[in-house]
Design a protein around this ligand. Structure first.
Ligand SMILES: [Zn+2]
Length: 279
């Protein structure tokens, strides 16, 4: 599932290919992948120009002027470039065709497929209306926003929940998922099972710094990629080579050589070094 870095890359890649282009065709495979009837999905998008793209937490924002699309890719959801128009199906659950541009790539249209959306969604809203969407309205501060400060984090951590669960909670901080939380906790030398309220000032400061540092590095390496899918956006990342603990179970800790342990915290597979991150 794409986390903040991968969502950033996908959103930028979509803009690089389709930004400034008008939608010629737009169809969904079945009604449950969007919040409007399939006919309306087509009507509201065809003729609109993709004016910008962005991100709210792990949700991709597509700005079509009078229409805003929110795309949430989960599990193995991807954005793929198709060689030509292909009707949506079980895998390519929503397909958009953008106009070709004279002098660019032989005026070939850009066809994008959004895959496996029944697990996520491609919703359409009037501008501003998307703020009421539960997944957007309940989002905590973005790690790169001015609101995400050490003081903010210290306040949010005044709870007895474990620190891993707190960092996964999108209402605490938007955009982190299982991979980056494990990496951030390792970098800050904080045990994932620690109650957030027991963290020292120094530990909160280290966690805050590790969050922005690791996410920035991951974005610059185009995110973490476990499968390489040539035609998919956000699947050319190299941060998997930089992972210190995630998927490294049994391998020596890069700092102290203790084997990395995998356990379950906050319902998720959790990787940590028992020596560097003592309970
Ligand atoms: Zn270690």
């Amino acid at each position: 599932m794409p986390e903040l870095p991968e969502t950033t890359v996908i959103s930028e890649d979509v803009f690089a290919l389709a930004g400034g282009r008008r939608v010629e065709r737009a169809e969904v495979f079945r009604p449950d992948v969007t919040n409007v009837p399939p006919g309306e999905f087509t009507e509201r998008l065809v003729g609109r120009t993709l004016e910008g793209t962005g991100r709210r937490g792990k949700v991709i924002v597509l700005d079509f002027g009078e229409v805003v699309g929110l795309v949430h890719l989960v599990i193995s959801g991807r954005v793929l470039r198709l060689p030509e128009w292909s009707d949506p199906d079980r895998t390519n659950t929503a397909v958009l065709q953008f106009e070709g541009i004279e002098g660019v790539d032989g005026e070939r249209p850009v066809v994008l497929a959004f895959t496996r959306l029944w697990l996520g969604y491609f919703n359409l809203y009037a501008p501003g209306e998307e703020e009421a969407h539960p997944l957007v309205s309940r989002l905590g501060p973005d790690p790169f926003s001015r609101e995400f400060t050490v003081e903010y984090l210290r306040g949010a951590f005044r709870r007895k929940a474990n620190v891993k669960g707190m960092l996964l909670d999108q209402s605490v901080v938007a955009g982190l998922g299982n991979i980056y939380v494990d990496e951030v906790l390792f970098a800050a030398k904080v045990n994932p099972m620690r109650r957030a309220s027991t963290l020292t000032e120094r530990e909160v400061r280290d966690l805050h710094a590790a969050t922005t540092d690791i996410l920035s590095r991951a974005i610059s390496l185009r995110g973490t990629t476990f499968d390489s899918y040539h035609d998919a956006f956000g699947e050319t990342g190299r941060f998997q080579e930089e992972l210190q603990v995630f998927t490294r179970t049994g391998e020596p800790c890069p700092v102290c050589a203790t084997p990395i342990v995998k356990t379950r915290v906050a319902g998720r597979g959790t990787h940590y070094c028992p020596t560097c991150q003592p309970a």
